[in-house]
Design a protein around this ligand. Sequence first.
Ligand code: GDP
Length: 297
Amino acid sequence: VKRLHSAEGTEIVPRPPVVTVMGHVDHGKTSLLDALRQTSVAAREAGGITQHLGAFVVVMPSGASITFLDTPGHAAFSAMRARGAAVTDIVVLVVAADDGVMPQTLEAMSHAKAAKVPIIVAINKCDKPGANPEKVKLQLASEGLLLEEMGGDVQVIEVSALQKSGLDNLEEALLLQAEMMDLKARIDGPAQAYVVEARLDKGRGPLITTIVKAGTLTCGQHVVVGSEWGRIRAIKDMAGRLTERATPAMPVEIEGLRGLPMSGDDVIVVHSEERARMLSSGRTRKSEENRLRRKLN
Ligand code: GDP
């Protein structure tokens, strides 16, 4: 790994892109994520069977990796944005080749634009007899998307989630986009991270899938997550392997929280259990107050 140093001497390293799939209902977001997930590390190691953990990682033959958020649609994206924490670097805009641009296609475009996140278009269902990718391109262009083949910089890839075709082209396009964005993150120092999924496991208690934005999360650290707190007992990668630490853009599953936070919540590291309790109860009080205030208004 090529390592660079910022002015303060902090280590800055290249990091993988974090990708969200958006688009109109029934245009194939879930199918595309399923197809991409099957090309992920976890799927390869588990013989094709994978759990939904909120994120997965695809490693390309070149060794470069791509992190996909596993929650299709706008909810996850909006939740993250509402908390000022755009964890997404690139949006894959799925448009069905037979249906073309629809209301939620435009909505996704405006979300991405507002968050200043670049779009790569995946024209899906290209296997269908009624598919008309050229028409979709014209529609997108007339909505103001500057497509590459028309002299702009938005890449368009034709795929079929059903037949699993065009997926490698899509992955290559994502890596190219990431390269142009020159994504880097600070690796030293306290971690700043976000929850992409939270769930309760009978035996292991609250589990969160989290993506580090900057710094490194380490086993044993005291954390406050939203208004919950705890101490990191175990960190696993998306293939279920135990690891000591989590670095930027690699999703991990964390065990050791006392309660269940929400997706989009931030993860911060504090130096003692006492600080964790204090910050957590302060945040709980504040969110109670906000709820009351909303009720009164
Ligand atoms: P979502 O609502 O955007 O998540 O869409 P889904 O992934 O649930 O897909 C909606 C429907 O389109 C399902 O019946 C899928 O089987 C079908 N579908 C998705 N991708 C393709 C594709 O590439 N080709 C064809 N023919 N059908 C597809």
